[in-house]
Design a protein around this ligand. Structure first.
Ligand SMILES: [Zn+2]
Length: 86
């Protein structure tokens, strides 16, 4: 009975202090400040900003490619081959 569960994007990033793998939802890494659950060192969003930016860029490019690929397969009038009326 939990179909409305919010799907969190889980990502794995390396802690800069203990090099341990942190497997947490994306918003966790975007929090201004938090503690590494492995070594207890203080971490900030800035520690992961570059990694997250690169990650989001990759996801963005992936989606854009999908949308673009879909759009290019149909022309202005459904791709029936007689759109010279414009
Ligand atoms: Zn750590």
């Amino acid at each position: 009975m939990s179909e409305q569960e919010i799907v969190q994007e889980m990502i794995a990033l390396e802690c800069p202090h203990c090099q341990g793998e942190l497997y947490q939802p994306l918003p966790y890494f975007k929090a201004a400040k938090f503690l590494c659950p492995l070594c207890g060192e203080g971490l900030t969003a800035g520690d992961f900003a570059a990694t997250i930016a690169a990650l989001e860029e990759a996801v963005d490019a992936y989606h854009t490619e999908m949308i673009h690929g879909e759009a290019s397969s149909s022309c202005c009038c459904g791709g029936k081959g007689h759109c010279s009326g414009h």
